[in-house]
Design a protein around this ligand. Structure first.
Ligand SMILES: O=C[C@H](O)[C@H](O)[C@H](O)COP(=O)(O)O
Length: 220
């Protein structure tokens, strides 16, 4: 099984968590794209979706799934999304596709966060993947200095503007031994919209695709 087959396998496995007749949350990225493709076969069970990006909204609409405003949808049954990195405790780094803020909002609204990854994303300690931070443009330099003071090496993702009109700093060189603490610390820097650490609201179920098939962590 190659990496794309692993992504497809976990995406299809996530269909088991659908709650018929309820609204679900849908994330962003190449793994979720496989999930949206798979969702086409279960359209009748989906009352609608709240999406974490313009890209996923377009993909959902293309298969005929109504995309709803988060403000009118209320609590969501499940949230299905990928990750850039996960540790064995289901804490995540997300935002490689710059969708982290909306992803955090939709994850928070969901009863169950089902995270789908291929096994290359699983690490013992988070931080090998540069940590994305969404920042209000006028605060970019200030926030970069604060992130450097925390021991990271922030790099501006030039040319990228988020769906919310902000910029992204990717923080290299972190070894994140206290993800909950670091998430809170970075979120408190003025000008930070969101840090792509999902540690306080982590995944509830992690589906990992690899050569042996799909295995699950959490959800017991
Ligand atoms: O901003 C993007 C998201 O956090 C994605 O879920 C993450 O980058 C994983 O994407 P992919 O499934 O393409 O590896």
């Amino acid at each position: 099984m190659d990496q794309n087959q692993a992504k497809k396998a976990v995406a299809e496995a996530a269909l088991a968590y659908l709650v018929p007749g309820e609204i679900l949350g849908v994330g962003t990225g190449s793994t979720v794209n496989y999930f949206i493709d798979a969702l086409a076969s279960r359209k009748a069970d989906v009352a609608g979706a709240v999406s974490s990006s313009e890209a996923s909204s377009a993909r959902l609409k293309a298969i005929g799934i109504p995309v709803l405003d988060a403000n009118s949808a209320g609590p969501l049954s499940i949230y299905v999304d990928g990750a850039d990195e996960t540790d064995p405790h289901l804490r995540l780094i997300k935002g490689g596709g710059a969708a982290l803020t909306r992803e955090k909002i939709v994850a928070e609204a969901a009863r169950t966060f089902v995270c789908i990854v291929d096994e290359s994303k699983l690490v013992p300690v988070l931080g090998q993947f540069p940590l994305p931070v969404e920042v209000i443009p006028m605060a970019r330099s200030l926030v970069a200095r604060k992130l450097a003071a925390l021991g990271g090496e922030p790099r501006w993702r030039e040319g990228v503007v988020t769906d919310n009109g902000n910029v992204i700093l990717d923080v290299h060189g972190l070894r994140i031994v206290d993800p909950v603490g670091l998430e809170a610390t970075i979120n408190q820097i003025p000008g930070v919209v969101t840090v792509g650490l999902f540690a306080r609201r982590k995944a509830d179920v992690l589906l990992i695709g690899g050569p042996q098939g799909v295995r699950r962590l959490g959800g017991d």
